[in-house]
Write a protein that binds this ligand. Structure first.
Ligand SMILES: C[S@@+](CC[C@H](N)C(=O)[O-])C[C@H]1O[C@@H](n2cnc3c(N)ncnc32)[C@H](O)[C@@H]1O
Length: 272
Protein backbone atom coordinates (compact mmCIF):
# COMPACT_ATOMS: atom_id res chain seq x y z
CA UNK A 1 0.00 0.00 0.00
CA UNK A 2 1.22 3.50 -0.85
CA UNK A 3 -1.22 6.02 0.57
CA UNK A 4 -1.44 9.73 1.30
CA UNK A 5 1.07 9.75 4.17
CA UNK A 6 3.76 7.97 2.13
CA UNK A 7 3.35 10.28 -0.88
CA UNK A 8 3.58 13.35 1.37
CA UNK A 9 6.82 12.05 2.89
CA UNK A 10 9.34 9.36 1.90
CA UNK A 11 7.80 8.10 -1.36
CA UNK A 12 7.27 11.66 -2.64
CA UNK A 13 10.91 12.48 -1.81
CA UNK A 14 12.15 9.43 -3.77
CA UNK A 15 9.97 10.20 -6.80
CA UNK A 16 11.15 13.83 -6.71
CA UNK A 17 14.77 12.62 -6.88
CA UNK A 18 14.00 10.09 -9.65
CA UNK A 19 11.67 12.08 -11.94
CA UNK A 20 13.86 11.68 -15.04
CA UNK A 21 13.88 7.90 -14.75
CA UNK A 22 10.17 7.66 -13.82
CA UNK A 23 9.28 9.78 -16.87
CA UNK A 24 11.44 7.46 -18.98
CA UNK A 25 9.67 4.37 -17.62
CA UNK A 26 6.33 5.83 -18.79
CA UNK A 27 7.40 6.91 -22.30
CA UNK A 28 5.20 4.48 -24.27
CA UNK A 29 2.18 5.24 -22.11
CA UNK A 30 2.64 9.01 -22.17
CA UNK A 31 2.28 9.09 -25.95
CA UNK A 32 -1.04 7.23 -25.73
CA UNK A 33 -2.41 9.39 -22.91
CA UNK A 34 -1.50 12.59 -24.75
CA UNK A 35 -3.11 11.23 -27.93
CA UNK A 36 -6.43 11.08 -26.01
CA UNK A 37 -5.98 14.50 -24.40
CA UNK A 38 -4.93 16.31 -27.57
CA UNK A 39 -7.93 14.98 -29.51
CA UNK A 40 -10.34 17.30 -27.67
CA UNK A 41 -10.56 21.11 -27.39
CA UNK A 42 -9.73 22.31 -23.86
CA UNK A 43 -9.70 25.57 -21.91
CA UNK A 44 -9.06 24.55 -18.30
CA UNK A 45 -7.16 21.38 -17.52
CA UNK A 46 -6.53 19.75 -14.16
CA UNK A 47 -3.67 17.21 -13.93
CA UNK A 48 -4.50 15.11 -10.87
CA UNK A 49 -1.55 13.68 -8.92
CA UNK A 50 0.70 15.44 -11.42
CA UNK A 51 3.94 14.39 -9.73
CA UNK A 52 6.92 16.08 -11.40
CA UNK A 53 4.57 17.48 -14.03
CA UNK A 54 5.39 15.84 -17.37
CA UNK A 55 1.77 15.61 -18.58
CA UNK A 56 0.84 19.13 -17.42
CA UNK A 57 3.97 20.52 -19.08
CA UNK A 58 3.26 18.77 -22.36
CA UNK A 59 -0.33 20.07 -22.40
CA UNK A 60 0.72 23.62 -21.48
CA UNK A 61 3.15 23.64 -24.42
CA UNK A 62 0.68 22.10 -26.87
CA UNK A 63 -2.37 24.17 -25.79
CA UNK A 64 -1.05 27.66 -25.15
CA UNK A 65 -4.54 29.22 -24.99
CA UNK A 66 -5.59 26.84 -22.22
CA UNK A 67 -4.85 27.10 -18.50
CA UNK A 68 -3.25 24.01 -16.99
CA UNK A 69 -3.16 23.28 -13.26
CA UNK A 70 -1.28 20.37 -11.73
CA UNK A 71 -2.05 19.28 -8.18
CA UNK A 72 -0.21 16.74 -6.06
CA UNK A 73 0.01 15.67 -2.42
CA UNK A 74 3.80 15.83 -2.42
CA UNK A 75 5.35 19.27 -1.85
CA UNK A 76 8.69 17.80 -3.03
CA UNK A 77 7.22 16.73 -6.38
CA UNK A 78 5.42 20.07 -6.78
CA UNK A 79 8.76 21.87 -6.22
CA UNK A 80 10.32 19.83 -9.07
CA UNK A 81 7.31 20.45 -11.34
CA UNK A 82 7.48 24.23 -10.68
CA UNK A 83 11.19 24.28 -11.50
CA UNK A 84 10.54 22.44 -14.78
CA UNK A 85 7.62 24.66 -15.85
CA UNK A 86 8.71 28.00 -14.39
CA UNK A 87 8.62 29.97 -17.64
CA UNK A 88 5.19 28.89 -18.89
CA UNK A 89 2.50 31.53 -18.27
CA UNK A 90 -0.45 29.16 -18.67
CA UNK A 91 0.75 26.57 -16.16
CA UNK A 92 0.56 26.39 -12.37
CA UNK A 93 1.38 23.67 -9.88
CA UNK A 94 -0.25 23.50 -6.44
CA UNK A 95 0.20 21.18 -3.47
CA UNK A 96 -3.24 19.72 -2.84
CA UNK A 97 -5.40 16.65 -2.30
CA UNK A 98 -7.89 15.51 -4.97
CA UNK A 99 -10.31 14.71 -2.14
CA UNK A 100 -10.90 18.36 -1.25
CA UNK A 101 -9.21 20.50 -3.93
CA UNK A 102 -11.37 23.38 -5.25
CA UNK A 103 -10.68 25.36 -8.43
CA UNK A 104 -9.95 29.03 -7.71
CA UNK A 105 -11.59 30.16 -10.97
CA UNK A 106 -13.13 28.25 -13.89
CA UNK A 107 -14.06 24.60 -13.49
CA UNK A 108 -12.08 22.10 -15.61
CA UNK A 109 -13.13 20.79 -19.02
CA UNK A 110 -10.38 18.13 -18.94
CA UNK A 111 -9.29 16.23 -15.83
CA UNK A 112 -6.32 14.03 -16.57
CA UNK A 113 -3.97 11.79 -14.62
CA UNK A 114 -1.06 9.56 -15.50
CA UNK A 115 -1.11 6.85 -12.84
CA UNK A 116 -2.24 9.18 -10.01
CA UNK A 117 -5.81 8.10 -9.23
CA UNK A 118 -5.10 4.50 -8.18
CA UNK A 119 -3.30 5.87 -5.12
CA UNK A 120 -6.39 7.66 -3.76
CA UNK A 121 -7.01 6.60 -0.14
CA UNK A 122 -10.72 7.31 -0.53
CA UNK A 123 -11.44 6.95 -4.25
CA UNK A 124 -15.20 7.63 -4.17
CA UNK A 125 -14.77 10.85 -2.16
CA UNK A 126 -11.94 11.99 -4.43
CA UNK A 127 -13.82 11.22 -7.68
CA UNK A 128 -16.94 12.95 -6.24
CA UNK A 129 -14.93 16.06 -5.44
CA UNK A 130 -13.32 16.00 -8.90
CA UNK A 131 -16.75 15.73 -10.46
CA UNK A 132 -17.80 18.89 -8.60
CA UNK A 133 -14.70 20.62 -10.03
CA UNK A 134 -15.66 19.62 -13.60
CA UNK A 135 -17.85 21.43 -16.15
CA UNK A 136 -20.93 19.44 -17.30
CA UNK A 137 -19.32 18.59 -20.66
CA UNK A 138 -15.89 17.77 -19.12
CA UNK A 139 -13.87 14.64 -19.83
CA UNK A 140 -11.99 12.60 -17.26
CA UNK A 141 -9.03 10.71 -18.78
CA UNK A 142 -6.63 8.70 -16.65
CA UNK A 143 -4.18 5.83 -16.93
CA UNK A 144 -3.67 3.10 -14.34
CA UNK A 145 -2.03 -0.31 -14.33
CA UNK A 146 -4.06 -3.39 -15.21
CA UNK A 147 -3.82 -6.37 -12.83
CA UNK A 148 -0.43 -7.29 -11.37
CA UNK A 149 -0.26 -10.59 -13.31
CA UNK A 150 0.01 -8.65 -16.60
CA UNK A 151 2.85 -6.44 -15.33
CA UNK A 152 6.21 -8.19 -15.57
CA UNK A 153 8.08 -5.21 -14.08
CA UNK A 154 6.36 -6.13 -10.78
CA UNK A 155 5.99 -9.94 -10.91
CA UNK A 156 9.52 -10.85 -12.02
CA UNK A 157 11.22 -9.24 -9.02
CA UNK A 158 8.75 -10.64 -6.49
CA UNK A 159 9.78 -14.12 -7.66
CA UNK A 160 13.39 -13.41 -6.70
CA UNK A 161 12.58 -12.66 -3.06
CA UNK A 162 12.50 -15.42 -0.41
CA UNK A 163 9.73 -13.49 1.40
CA UNK A 164 6.39 -14.50 -0.06
CA UNK A 165 3.31 -12.55 0.92
CA UNK A 166 -0.10 -12.01 -0.61
CA UNK A 167 -0.38 -8.30 -1.35
CA UNK A 168 -3.75 -6.57 -1.08
CA UNK A 169 -3.97 -5.23 -4.62
CA UNK A 170 -7.14 -3.24 -3.92
CA UNK A 171 -5.44 -1.10 -1.27
CA UNK A 172 -4.17 2.26 -2.60
CA UNK A 173 -1.22 1.34 -4.81
CA UNK A 174 -0.15 0.46 -8.35
CA UNK A 175 -2.77 -2.25 -8.92
CA UNK A 176 -5.75 -0.80 -7.03
CA UNK A 177 -7.53 -0.10 -10.35
CA UNK A 178 -6.36 -3.25 -12.11
CA UNK A 179 -9.89 -4.63 -12.56
CA UNK A 180 -12.32 -2.84 -14.87
CA UNK A 181 -15.28 -3.83 -12.64
CA UNK A 182 -13.74 -2.03 -9.68
CA UNK A 183 -13.09 1.15 -11.67
CA UNK A 184 -16.68 1.02 -12.93
CA UNK A 185 -18.04 0.64 -9.40
CA UNK A 186 -15.99 3.53 -7.99
CA UNK A 187 -16.58 5.97 -10.84
CA UNK A 188 -20.31 5.21 -11.01
CA UNK A 189 -20.67 5.70 -7.25
CA UNK A 190 -18.96 9.09 -7.62
CA UNK A 191 -21.26 10.33 -10.39
CA UNK A 192 -19.26 9.55 -13.55
CA UNK A 193 -20.69 7.72 -16.56
CA UNK A 194 -20.00 6.82 -20.21
CA UNK A 195 -16.91 4.99 -18.97
CA UNK A 196 -14.52 3.53 -21.57
CA UNK A 197 -11.40 1.38 -21.10
CA UNK A 198 -8.58 1.04 -23.60
CA UNK A 199 -5.91 -1.57 -22.78
CA UNK A 200 -2.39 -0.29 -23.51
CA UNK A 201 0.68 -2.54 -23.45
CA UNK A 202 3.98 -0.73 -23.31
CA UNK A 203 7.64 -1.21 -22.49
CA UNK A 204 8.51 -0.20 -18.93
CA UNK A 205 12.05 1.07 -19.52
CA UNK A 206 14.12 0.45 -16.40
CA UNK A 207 17.60 1.17 -17.76
CA UNK A 208 19.40 2.66 -20.75
CA UNK A 209 22.68 4.31 -21.67
CA UNK A 210 26.27 3.03 -21.70
CA UNK A 211 25.60 0.54 -18.87
CA UNK A 212 21.88 -0.10 -19.00
CA UNK A 213 22.03 -2.97 -16.49
CA UNK A 214 23.77 -0.85 -13.83
CA UNK A 215 21.31 1.98 -14.56
CA UNK A 216 18.31 -0.36 -14.24
CA UNK A 217 19.60 -1.92 -11.03
CA UNK A 218 20.15 1.43 -9.30
CA UNK A 219 16.73 2.70 -10.47
CA UNK A 220 14.84 -0.43 -9.40
CA UNK A 221 16.59 -0.45 -6.01
CA UNK A 222 15.41 3.14 -5.49
CA UNK A 223 11.72 2.87 -6.50
CA UNK A 224 8.98 0.26 -6.80
CA UNK A 225 8.49 -3.39 -5.84
CA UNK A 226 12.13 -4.52 -6.23
CA UNK A 227 13.23 -1.70 -3.93
CA UNK A 228 10.56 -2.70 -1.39
CA UNK A 229 11.56 -6.39 -1.57
CA UNK A 230 15.28 -5.58 -1.23
CA UNK A 231 14.64 -3.34 1.78
CA UNK A 232 13.24 -6.33 3.68
CA UNK A 233 16.40 -8.42 3.18
CA UNK A 234 19.88 -8.23 4.58
CA UNK A 235 23.16 -10.14 4.60
CA UNK A 236 23.39 -13.10 2.25
CA UNK A 237 19.64 -13.02 1.41
CA UNK A 238 20.03 -9.46 0.12
CA UNK A 239 23.14 -10.43 -1.84
CA UNK A 240 21.32 -13.36 -3.48
CA UNK A 241 18.42 -11.08 -4.36
CA UNK A 242 20.74 -8.54 -5.99
CA UNK A 243 22.62 -11.28 -7.87
CA UNK A 244 19.27 -12.59 -9.15
CA UNK A 245 18.31 -9.06 -10.19
CA UNK A 246 21.52 -8.65 -12.19
CA UNK A 247 20.99 -11.93 -14.03
CA UNK A 248 17.41 -10.99 -14.82
CA UNK A 249 18.36 -7.47 -15.97
CA UNK A 250 21.13 -8.83 -18.21
CA UNK A 251 18.63 -11.22 -19.82
CA UNK A 252 16.33 -8.22 -20.51
CA UNK A 253 18.98 -5.97 -21.98
CA UNK A 254 18.56 -5.51 -25.73
CA UNK A 255 20.26 -2.83 -27.82
CA UNK A 256 21.25 -0.86 -24.73
CA UNK A 257 17.78 -0.84 -23.14
CA UNK A 258 16.48 -2.88 -20.20
CA UNK A 259 12.69 -3.10 -20.38
CA UNK A 260 9.77 -5.14 -19.00
CA UNK A 261 6.20 -5.60 -20.17
CA UNK A 262 3.71 -3.21 -18.58
CA UNK A 263 -0.06 -3.28 -19.00
CA UNK A 264 -2.29 -0.27 -18.37
CA UNK A 265 -5.81 1.02 -18.91
CA UNK A 266 -6.66 4.39 -20.33
CA UNK A 267 -10.02 5.15 -18.77
CA UNK A 268 -12.33 7.95 -19.92
CA UNK A 269 -15.57 9.17 -18.35
CA UNK A 270 -18.02 12.09 -18.27
CA UNK A 271 -19.92 13.68 -15.36
CA UNK A 272 -23.47 12.28 -15.00
C1 LIG B 1 2.71 7.08 -9.52
S1 LIG B 1 2.80 8.78 -9.10
C2 LIG B 1 2.47 9.50 -10.71
C3 LIG B 1 2.92 10.94 -10.75
C4 LIG B 1 2.73 11.61 -12.12
N1 LIG B 1 1.34 11.64 -12.52
C5 LIG B 1 3.57 10.94 -13.17
O1 LIG B 1 3.00 10.30 -14.06
O2 LIG B 1 4.82 11.05 -13.10
C6 LIG B 1 1.23 9.04 -8.25
C7 LIG B 1 1.05 10.49 -7.81
O3 LIG B 1 -0.28 10.67 -7.32
C8 LIG B 1 -0.22 11.57 -6.22
N2 LIG B 1 -1.44 11.41 -5.42
C9 LIG B 1 -1.88 10.28 -4.80
N3 LIG B 1 -3.05 10.52 -4.17
C10 LIG B 1 -3.35 11.82 -4.40
C11 LIG B 1 -4.42 12.68 -3.99
N4 LIG B 1 -5.42 12.23 -3.21
N5 LIG B 1 -4.42 13.97 -4.40
C12 LIG B 1 -3.39 14.44 -5.18
N6 LIG B 1 -2.35 13.69 -5.56
C13 LIG B 1 -2.32 12.40 -5.19
C14 LIG B 1 1.07 11.17 -5.51
O4 LIG B 1 1.53 12.17 -4.63
C15 LIG B 1 1.99 10.89 -6.69
O5 LIG B 1 2.74 12.00 -7.07
Amino acid sequence: MTGRDEWRTNVGVKWAAEWRRTDRSFTGLTEELLRHALAIPVHNVLDIGCGAGEIALALARARQQATITGIDLSADLIAVAKARGGNLQNLQFVTGDARNWQPGGQKADLLISRHGTMFFDDPVDAFCNLRSSALPHARLIFSCFRERKFNEWATEFAELSPIVDAPDDEAPGPFAFGRQERIHELLSAAGWSGITYEPIDYAYVAGSGPDAVVDAKSYLLAIGPAAAAAARLDGSARQRFENGMETLLQSRCEQGIVAFRAAAWIVTARPN
